[in-house]
Design a protein around this ligand. Sequence first.
Ligand code: GLC
Length: 709
Amino acid sequence: MSRIESLLRAMTLEEKLGQLNLVTAGHAATGPIVPGETTHDIRAGLVGGVFNLWGRDVVARTQRLAVEETRLGVPLIFGLDILHGYRTIFPVPLAETGAFDPLLWERTARASALEAACEGIHLSFAPMLDVSRDPRWGRIAEGPGEDPFVGSKFAQAKIRGFQGERLSDRGALAATAKHFCAGGAATAGRDYAAVDVSERMLHEVYLPPFRAAVEAGCAAIMSAFNNVNGVPMTSHDKLLNGYLRRKLDFDGVIMSDYTAVSELVEHGVAADLVEAAALALTAGVDMDMVSGAYLRCLPEALARGLVAEADIDAAVARVLRLKERLGLFDDPYRFATPAEGVQEAHRQLALDAARRAITLLSDRGILPLAADVRRIAVIGPLADARADMLGPWSAAGAAENCVTILEGLKAALPACDLIHCTGVSIEGDDERGIELACALARSADVVVLCLGESAGMSGEAACRATPGLPGKQRQLAESIMATGASAVALLSCGRPLTAPWLFEQAQAVLATWFLGDMAGHAIADVLTGRFNPCARLAVTWPRDVGQVPIFYASRSTGRPPDANNFYSSKYLDCPVEPQFPFGHGLSFACVTLTNLRINRLEFTLGDEVEVRVDARNESEVATEETIFLFIHDVTARVGRPLMELKAWAKVALAPGKSKTVAFTLTAESFSFPGEDMEVMFEPGAFDILVGLSADRKNLLTASLRMIST
Ligand code: GLC
């Protein structure tokens, strides 16, 4: 008999339910505080996992309560939200995705896993895989942006990084793909709000990253707070049991989100906590995060015949199997030991990641800053902000580890006279500092405007109805630019910010997002030209919140936008084009693409389609460019998106040099969910579109046909 079977046989009902009980400790508040006696409950065998607790000693002490003071000694699993770093903090995921570099994504997850495993953490509530096309939603910062193909690659890289080869290896963390699913489509961009999406959008946009996560072997999945088409994800039998478990054969642990089981009553699908617990368990949720409904109410649900003990046993078995895969039964105190110098290596990685996450949005030629610049005015509420560089979900990260923008510029330009003031606060109404700011601007050769959001304006429950520059930052920026000063604007933010006036007036604008520990050094390296910016937008940047949701893969319409046709899909008061398209990002170089060619004009299912394009660096600056390949299925029985990303490639180009970039597509790239949502191949014409962003007017296009399936 296996260990798990013998444990199940030995366990009382209460001990079984204890394994399904996931409780929060106090090191971080990631939801409403629910009173409880954690230590008592652990000793009584009523807790299966603890999160929001870190540090070797306290984790060891807590584990000892379970291993040495309970009847069966089943070890706890310790979890934490490690989205972009544990102690070393990397750029927020939306920014890091912009590097379009799966190896980097994997490396930062690996570094985070090692740091966390050294302190006894076993599981990360990451990667967050919510595709989002709505910058009002604060959690857009936590995910991989708007595209399901990118989200799928991001999922695979992060899970490889967190989990490594075996979960029992020192330095491995179990990954939790979250939040399943479609929270990024919340009504009006408001967190937790209802989600109404078509079956087609589910299968084309919101499910693919989770499919990729399951295929990559993720150990756990967290169901989302929101409902989908009226059914809360916490009790969504069709998508949890039906899609994850039966369709994808996912046999890992499904956990609820924070108190989400008890929230089924508020959702209006359960009359009381007993029904809520029964609905969640029978839908496929194994662990109840924080609500305590499983522990307290499943006995009555059993008595009412709402659940069977076999349902409970199956959930407990999955939790025990995860603990076994982690090696916790063999060594409950599986602390990894950090190799010498690992901290410094991670800070270097954080610098590399931060540099590669900076997106140069616009530049009228002012960058890189002239080497002989004498005086720089560093102005704005984010200029010397430290904690805000961490962004949301900074785990065990610490503000004192962050390098501010001002500090980074001082270190990079020791001979330069740097003068600084905040001008205004991030969100306040006080404009009295603007006058001094303008005086500094007049006395400087160039102004670096450090604008944006606070870390608290991003992440969970941090939605903004008007995602522009908050407070009086616009007044500050326009007053400074009105002095005639040359201004480079930096946007520290967790979302695209709608600010067309800034792009019209500033000499250059960079999205510096929330870059983590090494923010200041990375920004200084880009502004001084020591690093040639290479990031690209993983999300479309709207001109106005009225355009939202806005994304490149829009579906066709019978009356596409046409400035010359009144009866076409457009606005009277705003262009339909975004401020910047998906994939946009400038560098200090200039690269041209020519000679797009395909190895065949017709293909069948078994064929590979080879696509090649020549890339030439027309500048004197070495560069690394990202080249995107989209397809368009011209005619199909369901209207297909005007473009779908199917591949991207990065190419390093020395000054004046050219390279041929090759892509290989299989027939799978040309498939889509049919009317039954099963994979479908439909013969017909396809366009291949290749370019440096999703800006269709600048893409090279070639056509081919699928001639049979
Ligand atoms: C929060 C978040 C979720 C997180 C969990 C534990 O409410 O929704 O992303 O993993 O609680 O902190």
